[in-house]
Structure formats: structure tokens, C-alpha cells
Design a protein around this ligand. Structure first.
Ligand code: NAD
Length: 322
């Protein structure tokens, strides 16, 4: 019988972290969560949950104690309304870099042998994402580096930090670049929500025949990956001998207008789209799944529509209860 693992999910109070913790617990691991807050929408699956600030070295040292493997997802994070306005740049860089510096150093000192780190598609250079129909996001295209946000720069720095620790201290690291993960129990209001959640909320709140606001012309393209698929990709990566960095995302491209139309169809509503100025990010972005398919045999198993149906149902319920 294999020994039960003791794993830490840093960021277990957040969207992906809470789903990942549930999966790790269901697999029979002993799971500790650490976050500034408990999960908002359902009880944590963690066996032990530390509410604490990972920018504090003492907290980082406490949460890695007795841990075999760390999944590091804690970050100062948000959708375009949070990371592209410039107002939070210093906080994003300082907070997320400090978390990663602390977790790695504390983990190394405590003898943690294996780390997962969640990087982002936001590390890819803007120059390759100007054509909405043909964005390039293959892993090696990250360099020469030119992310379009400080959030992306911090992720790139921290990727390098994890790989440097692997080289110099002999620990095992696995790094994934997530591309727009969405699903139930994600932030859906308040300014940090991402496009799928924001669009579902706007559609759920609007009366049939009224209008909804869309930032920009809505012709920018994106791909979105349902959270369960993301968790599956993370687990496969951690069980493999492949360090990455590797994309975990979908290749099913949709414009923001197309995503809004899909949400309306699911809701059975017809709304006029009102285009207003707002942060939009790059013109086009898709995951490039060639590497992960080759290394891990992984690719998404369900359509965007299937994930949107589940997400819309959950957000419509939140709107009803609000
Ligand atoms: P999230 O904001 O829901 O989760 C991040 C969690 O980190 C939050 O619960 C937050 O409270 C916690 N946190 C922030 N500062 C902290 C601190 N100082 N100490 C302790 N905890 C702290 O975001 P998410 O969507 O679940 O993303 C998880 C990870 O995946 C993040 O690192 C994010 O950058 C990365 N990522 C997410 C996406 C996506 O589409 N959701 C895309 C690319 C990368």
C-alpha cells in the first residue's frame, strides 16, 4: 500500500485551489489548506485549514511543516478589471512574489520534495497576440519576454524562481501555465471576476429584451477551460516526470461577443450588447496544447458550451439568492 501523502494547497480558499483540494482529499491524501480566507461558497475539503497571510514568513514556515508536496496557487489575482488597470501593479508584484519566495524557502528548509506552481497565459508576449484569429502561445514563445501586465511579469519571475530552486536544491517542480479557468464557485462579482463569470452574471441579472455591457468591441478572442479539466491536468502533471512549463488550457476559441451570445442562448434571453470602454487585454489568445498532449496525453474532454451551462446555472442561482 502506498503511504498517504501530506499535501499543502496554498490558495485553498480560492477558486481553483478549493476544487483541487477536494480532488486531492478524494484521492486519499491528507490535505492542509492555507489562505487569507476560507472558501466562500462551500465548506473546505481540507483536513486542516490555516487562515493566514503567506507574505508572512512565519505563516509560510508553519504551513509547510510535515508536508510532502506543495501545490502553490495563492496569488494576488483578478480578472482584467483588476490586473490591467494599473492601479494594483505594485501590490500584485509585491504580494505574489513574496508568497512564492516564502513558500519555496520555507518548503526547502522543511524538506518538502515536490512543488506545483500555477503560472499563467499572461506571461506570453503581446506581440504574438495581436491577431485575434492567430495568436501564438506555444511554450517556447514566452521568450524574449514581454508580458502585457505586471501580473504576467511576476508569474514569469516566479516560474524562474521555481526552476532555480529545482536546479540548485534538488527539489522537484512542476509548472503549468493556466489559460482562463472558469466554473462554479469562482468569483462572480466584486471586480475580480473573469469574463465567463461576468458575462453569466450580466445575463442572469438582465431582464429579457434589455441590454448588457461589454468591454471594448468584444471581438477579442479567448479560450476558457472548465475547472475540473484544469484539476485533472494539474494532477497528471504532478504524477509525471515532466517539469514544464506547460500550458493547461483549451483550444476552442471564442470571441467575447460569441461568449455573450452563448450565455444568452443558455439563459433563453435576448439582450442588446452595449459596447463600452474597458480593459480588454490582448486581441487574441488560445492555449497551444501540443506539448501537454505529447508529454501527458492530456486534452480537454468537454466543450465550452458544456462548461458554460454548468457555470451559468450556478451563477444564476447566486444572483437569485443575492
Ligand atoms: P483566486 O483568487 O480564487 O485564488 C487565489 C487565492 O490566493 C485566494 O483565495 C486568495 O485569498 C489567496 N491569497 C492571496 N494572497 C494571499 C496571501 N498573502 N496569503 C494567503 N493566501 C493568499 O484565483 P484562482 O482563479 O483560483 O487562481 C489560482 C492560481 O492560478 C493563481 O495563482 C492564479 O494566478 C493562477 N491562474 C489562474 C487563472 C484563472 O483563469 N483562474 C489563469 C491563470 C493563472
Amino acid at each position: 500500500m502506498t503511504k498517504q501523502k501530506r499535501v499543502l494547497v496554498a490558495g485553498a480558499g480560492g477558486f481553483i485551489g478549493s476544487h483541487l483540494a477536494r480532488r486531492l482529499a478524494a484521492e486519499g491524501n491528507w490535505v492542509r489548506g492555507a489562505d487569507l480566507k476560507s472558501p466562500e461558497f462551500s465548506p473546505t475539503a481540507c483536513h486542516d485549514f490555516v487562515v493566514g497571510d503567506l507574505r508572512d514568513q512565519a505563516v509560510a514556515a508553519r504551513v509547510v511543516e510535515g508536508i510532502d508536496e506543495v501545490y502553490q496557487l495563492a496569488a494576488d489575482m483578478g480578472g482584467a478589471g483588476y490586473i490591467f488597470t494599473g492601479e494594483h501593479d505594485a501590490a500584485v508584484l509585491h504580494n505574489s512574489a513574496t508568497i512564492n519566495l516564502n513558500i519555496l524557502e520555507a518548503g526547502r528548509l522543511a524538506g518538502v520534495k515536490k512543488f506545483f506552481y500555477s503560472s499563467s497565459a499572461c506571461i506570453y508576449p503581446e506581440r504574438n497576440q495581436l491577431d485575434p484569429n492567430n495568436p501564438i502561445c506555444s511554450e517556447e514563445s514566452a521568450y524574449p519576454a514581454a508580458p502585457d501586465s505586471e501580473y504576467g511579469w511576476e508569474k514569469l519571475f516566479s516560474e524562474r524562481l521555481y526552476f532555480a530552486y529545482a536546479r540548485n536544491y534538488g527539489i522537484e517542480v512542476h509548472v503549468a501555465r493556466f489559460h482562463n479557468i472558469f466554473g462554479p464557485e469562482g468569483t462572480w462579482r466584486g471586480g475580480r471576476e473573469k469574463a465567463p463569470a461576468a458575462i453569466c452574471r450580466k445575463v442572469a441579472e438582465a431582464a429579457d429584451g434589455s441590454e448588457m455591457e461589454i468591454w471594448g468591441d468584444g471581438e477579442q478572442t479567448r479560450t476558457f477551460l472548465y475547472v475540473d479539466e484544469c484539476v485533472e491536468g494539474v494532477r497528471r502533471l504532478m504524477e509525471s516526470d515532466f517539469a514544464g512549463p506547460v500550458n493547461i488550457g483549451s483550444e476552442e476559441m471564442v470571441t467575447i461577443n460569441g461568449l455573450a451570445a452563448m450565455a444568452m442562448e443558455i439563459a433563453g434571453k435576448k439582450l442588446a450588447k452595449k459596447h463600452i470602454p474597458g480593459p480588454q487585454g490582448v486581441r487574441g489568445r488560445t492555449s497551444d496544447n501540443r506539448l501537454i498532449l505529447e508529454k501527458l496525453g492530456w486534452q480537454p474532454t468537454q466543450t465550452l458550451r458544456a462548461g458554460m451551462e454548468k457555470t451559468y446555472a450556478w451563477i444564476a442561482e447566486q444572483v437569485r439568492q443575492a
